[in-house]
Write a protein of this length. Structure first.
Lengths: 383, 263, 466
């Protein structure tokens, strides 16, 4: 497929591109891809956003290395981040001028603290409140203003309304295209696998936004012309805490060896949210806060939990799902507790079953995960 | 029609052979280092029991269908299909006991609880394959420290009137805890009863997540330990059935599924 | 029937007559029988110094608190509210004073001290919590396992509502949501963000304070609507002052211990007082003040007479938080020859003793909570411990951190490094759990503590020789 080849080429050359951009004096802003830092603000001051903490999750060595800095009882993905930095194998981690960490739960706070304590990188934090109250909205908005001021200071470029509007338009376009592709997965034979969609989504964090939008446009038309008459495979909704770049083992087990297909995902970190767009009317900062805070599906550390759980049920129905797989990292406590009572609610309201898998990015997990996934797919196939 | 089910676990490999739907042979061998050899040995022994073994026989030609299960299921060369041990256990238990609705399986390295419907299909399951407490390994470690053959643990446990309380959740810590209790002079049967109770308790906590519905069937190597059976019954407040051959349940289920493949 | 036991817990004959049927009923509900009483009797003799009036009075109040809690629903308390620990019992003590109909208590702390420390029978409650939503193997905080397990087992009543903070800790709010799913309990959450910049001074947090103050106002309103009561500002101030008084006395006790050599009282005994004065219920607070004063008086007398529970000249360590479920742990530490003058978690740092700049009630409360340090950020935690160790001039810091508490555990190694580097004193970062001793028992921790004690002793010897 033409679009996909283009994408691969972009990905391959991105690290060199970024080094060149840096040489030209552009600032590279690292951030946690948890969906609470509006990329629009970074683009509006001509800096480049780079999702540190998205690159190469799923490997065990950084987790091991992190043991010298953190006890093991923290979310694995969050632990891995200081490991990657210290191992120095990932050039992106050394390219950034600033690390932006929206503070969500304690596991994420651990990342910010580790970087502050053990490295020289400057870290900017602002809190994300745990409930969508009026107070919370205002606090988050203040945080965005803090971010805006910091970015302007760092880059020496003012974030004018006009620049911000351009950035918002571009990001909205990307979101709209993702939404369009995502809806194609409702079909009886989705034109792309779950893994392909995730790789697209991950790529959108890494490469130039303009190029990404182009690729998405041509991919959209390629996919809509595709026709397929494969027999219906068991359809899975995959939900959880973090889906890091490189962590595709669940997709391999479900879609390759398992014979099923993932038709929808819902993750707190690592996946771009695209169902809401930023409004261009009125105060732009408020519009950003509204889209990124209010209208975003809340992760498990938000209260009340029902908002997210109801959304998952709605998603299961809309995508005609046969089963839900809950994939989280170990010790992400908010997710652990929700995973206990959600299966009962899911069963009662939709009749669907749920499989929970918790990973520690350990190679020895593959066998046990495979057993669970294969068994689960067998179970839901019968229904 | 000749079919076989081969279950290659971490500690033992099991084979069950069905001829025209009836069990004609079964065998259990230690897995050792090589999964393939263990699978072949178990199958050979089962064939010998059935009187069907011939030197130089090719399993692929001899059997109409072979299904493999267990952690080594993807490495059995003469199997035509690999199915997870959970599905197979359910099938095997349902065949022997159509009233089975919950299976508790405690093996050498893992433990599982499975919920079945009336047709023998799995409706829910939960596994522990990360932690040694609540598996046969826990009993092995303790038996070794106490210098008691593992086959006698159950019998001895039943003679105790006041089992020791072992509160450590980790096998390593529980081992030290038990050594201290022994040094305090606690009688052997009380220590063993405490160990057996600890295993039952860990498994019950894991299994409670899917609920206990009658009839409850206990399988796996540890099911042969009558002390664990009794302790489990006390934990869940229900009677538990242990089939005559609790260790070969998975292989039987695999063989039944192989039978079903032939229509 | 248990008159001897009650007597050793400070009950007078008249009180026993009055209270014993209630206590008996509470014990029955909690599944405590004659062998448990016998064991408790033995444990009290072994671990607590009942020659001290303060200790006897504390034990008595604990049993009363336990009884009040277990029987709250039966005895017709209309609105039962469970706050959390940590970190904001202050708000809740205000709530507790709202009306006679409101009963406010932290069930997990009461169970930990009574069922855990006194009876050594907390494990079944923890297991019940494990089976109903907070399984083992996932580093789930045992405080929440007790909270959930106590309700599941019917030891403590199902509350009408919970009021908890939703920022320091993620597990307690999720446990409350679980209580909502299982029992229909109404949840009220008090939110904030621990997003201080790393180099932001601990004493300053205007943005955070405004948000927290707005939340406090919102929560008070929400509670008033839910409970059908009104909290006048006067009562709120009264409650806040009532809460602060025994803590003030405790600070004075800590100052006494700072100067004292040998250590005059075991931290196990002080622990009974420490957990007591954090009670949300007004009754316990009033009695807590009297007990604190008794403790202070008795400790002063011991210092003057030179009485010690640890040898004179023993190395002094700072300790993080009193063990809630097993007195054996801190007793073991003292027996290895380490004096513990300070438990950091209740220390009021100097910058908090300055009057708040804010004028409105909600902002003053918010300011005090946020500026405390531990609720602020990791840097705040590090600064807090550093300054505490410095002020008390300790020889080392034995940091028994809660492994299952995300906000505390991840900074453990950072705290160790920072204090070792900036104060030059050894730090033992000891992984443990003060809410559950199943995996971090006295035996499991002993070797490390003994080694640390040796290390500190040899350092002290070296210094003396110089």
């Amino acid at each position: 497929m033409q679009a996909r080849e283009k994408l691969s080429a972009h990905l391959r050359s991105r690290i060199i591109e970024l080094s060149e951009l840096k040489r030209e004096g552009r600032k590279v802003i690292g951030y946690l891809p948890g969906g609470y830092m509006p990329e629009e603000l970074v683009y509006a001051c001509e800096a480049v956003p780079v999702p540190v903490g998205l690159f190469r999750g799923g490997e065990h060595e950084p987790v091991l290395v992190a043991g010298a800095y953190l006890p093991r009882w923290i979310d694995t993905f969050c632990r891995a981040q200081i490991g990657y930095k210290v191992l120095k194998e990932e050039p992106l981690y050394d390219l950034i001028d600033l690390l932006v960490v929206p503070i969500t739960d304690n596991n994420v706070r651990a990342i910010a603290d580790c970087w502050n304590f053990y490295t020289d990188v400057e870290v900017l934090r602002y809190g994300v409140p745990h409930a969508k109250t009026e107070n919370g909205f205002r606090y988050y908005l203040e945080g965005l203003h803090l971010l805006k001021q910091k970015l302007e200071k760092l880059t020496g470029t003012k974030i004018t309304d006009s620049r911000l509007k351009d950035a918002i338009r571009l990001c909205n376009e990307e979101r709209r295209l993702f939404q369009e592709i995502s809806l194609m997965r409702k079909a009886k034979c989705p034109p792309l696998t779950g893994r392909e969609f995730v790789e697209l989504n991950h790529a959108s964090f890494l490469i130039d936004k303009g190029a990404m939008v182009e690729i998405l446009r041509s991919l959209c038309s390629e996919l809509s012309q595709q026709e397929s008459s494969r027999p219906r495979q068991p359809r899975i909704l995959l939900t959880g805490s973090t889906l890091a770049l490189g962590d595709y083992k669940v997709y391999d087990l479900v879609e390759n060896t398992g014979g099923a297909i993932v038709v929808a995902e819902e993750f707190a970190e690592g996946m771009r949210h695209f169902s809401a767009e930023v409004s261009l009317d009125g105060d732009l900062m408020e519009a950003l806060a509204d889209c990124y805070f209010r209208r975003r599906i809340p992760p498990a550390w938000f209260r009340p939990a029902r908002e997210r759980l109801d959304y998952l049920i709605r998603l299961s129905r809309e995508f005609d799902v046969d089963g839900v797989i809950w994939y989280q990292l170990m010790y992400r406590d908010s997710y652990d507790i929700e995973s206990f009572y959600f299966p009962r609610i899911l069963k009662e309201e939709t009749g669907l079953s749920m499989l929970k898998i918790a990973s520690d990015y350990d190679a020895s997990e593959l066998g046990p995960f495979r057993t669970r996934i294969e068994t689960f797919i067998q179970i839901i196939r019968k229904n | 029609m000749l079919v076989a089910g081969v279950d290659v676990g971490a500690a033992t490999a099991k084979a069950v052979i069905l001829s025209n739907g009836g069990i004609v042979g079964q065998a259990i061998v230690p897995t050792g280092d090589r999964v393939v050899t263990a699978a072949e040995n178990a199958t050979r022994l089962a064939l010998q029991q059935a009187g069907l073994w011939k030197e130089g026989v090719d399993f692929k030609e001899l059997f109409d269908f072979v299904i493999s299960t267990g952690y080594g299921r993807h490495s059995v060369p003469f199997a035509m299909k690999a199915v997870t041990e959970i599905i197979c256990h359910a099938k095997g238990a349902h065949f022997l006991l159509p009233t089975a609705r919950t299976i508790i399986d405690i093996g050498g390295q893992d433990s599982k609880a499975i919920s079945l419907d009336e047709k023998g299909n799995v409706s829910n399951f939960v596994m522990n394959d990360k932690c040694a407490a609540g598996t046969g390994r826990f009993l092995e470690v303790m038996a070794h420290v106490l210098n008691v053959p593992i086959e006698e643990l159950g019998k001895i446990a039943l003679t105790s009137n006041s089992p020791c309380q072992i509160s450590s959740t980790c096998t390593i810590f529980a081992e030290s805890e038990m050594v201290s209790l022994r040094a305090e002079g606690k009688p052997k049967e009380d220590l063993i009863a405490g160990i057996v109770k600890a295993v039952a308790s860990r498994v019950a906590v894991m299994a409670r997540g899917i609920g206990f519905r009658r009839d409850v069937v206990f399988t796996g190597g540890v099911a042969k330990n009558i002390g664990v059976k009794k302790a489990l019954e006390e934990e869940i407040q229900m009677n538990i059935i242990v089939p005559a051959e609790p260790q070969t349940m998975g292989a039987l289920g695999a063989a039944l599924l192989a039978q079903a493949e032939l229509g | 029937m248990y008159s001897q036991f009650l007597q050793s817990c400070g009950f007078e004959a008249e009180e026993i007559r009055k209270e014993s049927s209630r206590i008996d009923r509470a014990f029955h509900i909690a599944g405590l029988g004659p062998e448990d009483i016998e064991r408790a009797q033995w444990r009290i003799r072994k671990y607590f110094d009942t020659t001290l009036l303060g200790v006897r009075q504390s034990l008595k109040i604990w049993l009363k608190r336990f009884t009040d809690l277990v029987l709250a629903r039966e005895e017709g308390r209309k609105i039962i509210v469970y706050p959390s620990w940590p970190p904001e019992p202050r708000i809740v003590s205000m709530v507790a004073m709202a009306s006679e109909d409101v009963f406010c208590e932290t069930p997990e702390i009461v169970m930990d001290v009574v069922l855990g420390q006194i009876f050594d029978k907390i494990n079944p409650v923890l297991e019940a919590g494990e089976e109903h939503g907070l399984p083992p193997g996932l580093a789930m905080c045992a405080l929440n396992q007790a909270r959930l397990g106590g309700i599941v087992k019917g030891v403590v009543p199902v509350p009408d509502m919970t009021i908890t903070t939703s920022f320091f800790c993620d597990q307690t709010p999720k446990t409350d949501e679980l209580l909502h799913e299982l029992y229909g309990v109404r949840n009220i959450f008090l939110d904030n963000c621990m997003d201080a910049a790393w180099d932001e001074p601990v004493e300053v947090a205007p943005r955070c304070v405004s948000y927290f103050a707005a939340e406090i106002r919102r929560v008070i309103k929400e509670f008033e609507e839910a409970a059908g009561v009104t909290l006048s500002e006067e009562r709120l101030r009264e409650a806040r002052a009532a809460y602060a008084r025994p803590i003030f006395v405790y600070q004075e006790i800590m100052q006494m211990l700072k100067e004292a050599d040998p250590q005059p009282i075991s931290q196990v005994d002080l622990g009974l007082l420490y957990w007591l004065i954090q009670a949300p219920e007004q009754k316990s607070l009033k009695e807590g003040l009297a007990i604190s004063n008794n403790f202070a008086r008795e400790i002063k007398a011991r210092i003057e007479s030179g009485y010690g529970v640890v040898a004179k000249g023993a190395p002094k360590i700072a300790w993080f938080c009193h063990h809630a479920t097993d007195p054996g742990v801190m007793r073991m530490v003292e027996q290895t020859g380490l004096a513990i003058p300070v438990t950091a978690v209740i220390w009021t740092p100097p910058w908090l003793r300055i009057k708040s700049e804010f004028t409105t009630f909600a902002e003053r409360v918010a300011d005090q909570t946020v500026r405390g340090g531990i609720n602020r950020s990791t840097k705040g935690i590090i600064e807090f411990f550093k300054r505490c160790c410095k002020e008390f001039n300790v020889d080392g810091f034995l940091y028994l951190y809660f492994f299952s508490c995300r906000p505390i555990c991840f900074s453990a190694l950072m705290v160790k490094k920072a204090i070792e580097k900036e104060l030059g004193i050894p730090v033992l970062a000891l992984e443990g759990d003060v809410w559950d001793t199943r995996s971090y028992s006295v035996e499991a921790l002993k070797t490390r503590v003994e080694t640390f004690a040796e290390l500190l002793r040899s350092r002290k010897l070296l210094e003396a020789r110089r």
